[in-house]
Design a protein around this ligand. Structure first.
Ligand SMILES: *Cc1c(COP(=O)(O)O)cnc(C)c1O
Length: 385
């Protein structure tokens, strides 16, 4: 496997055992909690499922590292396990860090509700406005944490400025790259120190497991791995197998999701019953220029407001036949949700209004169905309100 292979080739071949187990073309599941002692000298090297080092983990680690051109990677039992282990690996009591103001709800709550007890402090910044970050720096500031594409308004942050700021001020830079996937953005190539994923979403892509991943240098991944070994968030070999199988089609899934979502965003923008559409691929998006510069695809998410009230939004959702009404994202099937009711229900009315998230906002996760069928479904539901 060479670094020069394209990502679609790496998805199939990177990390696969050179000597196939029993000649098996597909990686078998090693359903064994522990493995025979081979003279390992370090606790973290004993082969045991919780230590995330069975053959099923190792294949995934090598594949994930290859996809984003990192030295090493780690799979975890969920996206939150990757995020919490990473933050706790690099932050201790008395430390301070900066994070983008609108983050995934679980991450936001971890920072706001759990970190104060550990005396780890955070200041939130606007990731699109680098001029204001310096004021928030303190001598004890250790890292900066952002997401590639924000949820649910789908802004692309000033990622190059984040990397530059981190280097200037000697901070570690961490990014949650879930929404972009390694197909659309590879953070380490742009200078980020650590890339994190909820593999539950695009990486696995089939809405059947919860998993997470971290990708970075050997040194940083080793620190996250040791923290995770103690916290216990390991991925079961069966789930490793499913994630491995799902990942092989990431390239073709993402290509379809990128194109379907761009077509759907364009359709919605031209529809008289739609007042606003958020998608980084639209020229009307404030993030469009940045998205074109940084991303290789605009992703599979679209959010929009219909020209009406919350009840109209709910009636529209009820009339959809192909889109399934649920939060989460990144699977092969198209999903619809009203974020204020689901993913963003933990935010106060004031926080939501500051962030520009209206009650009637609708979010779509576009799947790999035929784009025309999805558009026809959206059209018939819009015509009923
Ligand atoms: C879903 C999600 C997470 C959390 O991942 P889990 O696998 O549910 O633990 C973190 N970040 C983003 C951007 C997500 O969409």
């Amino acid at each position: 496997m060479s670094k020069n292979h394209k990502i679609d080739t790496k998805l199939i071949h990177a990390g696969e055992p050179e000597q196939r187990y029993g000649g098996a073309v597909s990686m078998p599941i090693f359903q064994s909690s522990t493995f025979e002692f081979e003279g390992e000298t370090d606790y973290h090297d004993l082969r045991y499922i919780r230590l995330n080092n069975t053959p099923n983990h190792k294949v995934l680690h090598e594949k994930l590292a290859a996809l984003e051109n990192g030295e090493d990677a780690l799979v975890t039992s969920s996206g939150m396990a990757a995020i919490s282990a990473a933050l706790l690996a690099f932050l201790k009591s008395g430390d301070h860090f900066l994070a983008h103001e609108s983050l995934y709800g679980g991450t936001h709550d971890l920072i706001n509700k759990d970190f104060p007890d550990l005396e780890i402090e955070c200041d939130f910044i606007d990731g699109c406005d680098p001029g204001n970050w310096k004021d928030k720096l303190r001598p004890e500031t250790k890292l900066i944490y952002v997401e590639t594409i924000t949820n649910p308004l789908l802004d692309v942050l000033d990622l190059n400025a984040v990397v530059q700021f981190a280097k200037e001020h000697n901070l570690l830079s961490l990014i949650d790259n879930t929404f972009a996937s390694p197909v659309n953005y590879r953070p380490l190539e742009h200078g980020f120190d650590l890339s994190l994923h909820s593999a539950t979403k695009y990486l696995n892509g089939h809405t059947d497991i919860v998993a997470g991943a971290a990708i970075g240098s050997t040194e940083l991944i080793t620190r996250v791995r040791h923290k995770l070994n103690h916290l216990g968030g390991s991925l079961d070999p069966n789930a490793c197998f499913l994630m491995h199988r799902g990942m092989k089609t990431l390239g073709i899934r993402m290509a379809r999701q990128n194109s379907n979502s761009l077509d759907i965003a364009g359709f919605l923008e031209n529809h008289e019953k739609v007042s606003k559409v958020n998608h980084p691929g639209l020229k009307s998006s404030a993030s469009h220029a940045r998205a074109r510069e940084l991303l290789e695809g605009f992703g599979g998410m679209v959010s929009f407001e219909i020209d009406g009230n919350v009840n109209d939004a709910d009636r529209f959702i009820a009339h959809l036949t192909l889109f399934i009404n649920t939060p989460s994202l990144g699977g092969v099937e198209s999903l619809v949700t009203r974020p204020v009711q689901t993913s963003h229900s933990g935010m106060s009315v004031k926080e939501r209004s500051c962030a520009g998230i209206k009650d009637k906002l609708i979010r779509l996760s576009i799947g790999i169905e035929a784009g025309d069928d999805l558009i026809a479904d959206l059209e018939q539901a819009l015509n009923k309100i």
